[in-house]
Design a protein around this ligand. Structure first.
Ligand code: AMP
Ligand code: GLY
Length: 425
């Protein structure tokens, strides 16, 4: 099989790494790829948003399956284009990808199908929105549309909510995404990530995982794309798992079908596990990053077979097996991230991990110059390891981290701590 992966981040590196280990795979391409991804895949110099060129490439090279990593090409309709040209693609079409692209659309589908989520109202008028928050409840102000994961402001009451609305709708700090805002009830609980493959008829839950969104230890500081992840997420016990299947995946799958939307790809549900059970914070139409890294490390089933079955609507024929081990991914970031960050710092120690048997360092933002690795992004590496317990996997991951350094390297010291505490080991 020849596979094309679209994207260039840590998630795509994990997908490429896993795909390249399959006996069914002859060759993996990655567009645009990265210096790190080049270790397992041939880079293709086409941007992730250049849909026509990507389709031309897939047709010319007779690619058997294209796997779309990030949301942007999905929201732009890459899967519709590929399908119209008879090319196999893993990832939902434009309409279904609005589950991630529009928070208002996602809420509408959840309400329509009785999926548990925070109560909310949608506003396109600033004065009306300000009147709504006058009741002075803890709430969350969200800009509609993609704002690079940044369009969410947590507010403890009226004053903070008014300031957030003025920023988002008045001063348009997230640009056009602030034309419409969703104001939500603020949920209390522990967050977890739940991904499932969906093929339009069936779904197949993947191993649970947990992200660490804030930049500093103890969940302090601004939100990031994710500073680390572990799998499984102990907060997703059997009861929570069943609740997600029964109250989220089944009704969502049926609801999409009723709307005539065929969702073929991975659905990511960001959950808040509350006292009343799991509630959906958000849907994404792609693998989580960095959740994908530990989840791929635990997957024992052939990945291309799973993705192809999804793309071909044959999910009912396959199953996913998971290692009983836990996996932990610690993200190493550039100084300043998620704000303005510096790049071009020389990374030392990375080559010493080449012989590491219990883990792997996925590249999220590196460059290679004169045979040396340099930083080239906000999130730079995702050092990921397996262990018999969550505590052992965490120790192993930090052991990997301890070998790497550059000036200004930042990472959280408490990835998976909550999971370890819950497990007792
Ligand atoms: P979102 O992009 O909607 O997932 O929001 C980003 C982050 O904001 C989430 O991971 C949560 O930490 C937080 N958040 C979003 N919505 C809520 C909510 N209704 N209640 C509490 N926290 C929330
Ligand atoms: N790590 C969260 C996300 O991928 O959206």
């Amino acid at each position: 099989m020849k596979i094309l992966v679209i994207g260039s981040g840590g998630r795509e590196h994990a997908l490429v790494w896993k795909l390249s280990r399959s006996r069914r795979v002859d060759k993996v391409y990655c567009a645009p790829g990265s210096a790190g991804i080049r270790q397992q895949a041939e880079p293709v110099d086409i941007g992730a948003g250049d849909l026509d060129k990507l389709a031309d490439f897939a047709a010319r090279e007779a690619i058997d399956l294209t796997v779309v990593g990030p949301e942007q090409p999905l929201v732009l309709g890459i899967s519709d284009l590929f399908e119209s040209r008879g090319l196999k693609v893993f990832g939902p079409g434009r309409e279904a990808a609005r589950l991630e692209g529009s928070k208002a659309f996602a809420k509408e589908l959840m309400l329509e199908n009785g999926i548990p989520t925070a109560a909310c109202e949608v506003f396109s008028d600033l004065a009306e929105a300000r009147r709504y928050v006058a009741r002075d409840q803890p709430c969350v102000v969200k800009a509609d549309g993609l704002a690079a994961g940044k369009g969410v402001i947590l507010c403890s009451g009226r004053a903070e909510a008014e300031a957030a609305l003025d920023d988002v709708m008045g001063r348009k700090i997230f640009g056009g995404a602030g034309d419409r805002v969703v104001i939500e009830e603020r949920l209390i609980g522990e967050e977890a990530s739940f991904m499932a493959l969906m093929d339009g008829d069936d779904f197949l839950p993947l191993a649970s995982s947990q992200d660490h969104k804030r930049v500093f230890d103890g969940d302090e500081g601004p939100n990031t794309g994710g500073m680390g992840a572990c799998s499984p997420a102990p907060v997703v016990d059997a009861a929570v798992h069943d609740a997600v299947v029964e109250r989220v995946l089944k009704p969502l799958s049926a609801g999409l079908k009723r709307r005539g939307l065929v969702y073929r790809g991975v659905l990511y549900a960001g959950l808040m596990v509350t006292e009343d059970g799991p509630k959906v914070l958000e849907f994404n139409c792609r693998f989580g990053d960095p959740e994908c890294q530990p989840v791929m490390m635990r997957l024992e089933t052939d990945l291309p077979s799973l993705l192809l079955a999804t793309a071909e609507g044959r999910l009912r024929e396959v199953n996913a097996e998971w290692s009983g081990q836990a996996a932990v991914c610690v993200v190493l970031a550039s100084r300043g991230y998620p704000g303005e960050y510096e790049t071009g710092m020389e990374i030392s120690g990375l080559d010493t991990l080449e012989s590491w048997s219990r883990g792997y360092a996925f590249h999220a933002g590196t460059t290679r110059r004169e045979n040396r690795w340099h930083t080239g992004g906000g999130r730079v590496l995702g050092v990921t390891a397996l262990g018999d317990t969550m505590a052992a996997a965490t120790r192993e991951a930090y052991e990997g981290v301890s070998r790497i350094s550059w000036e200004g390297m930042h990472y959280r010291r408490d990835i998976a701590r909550r999971a370890v505490d819950r497990n007792g080991s």
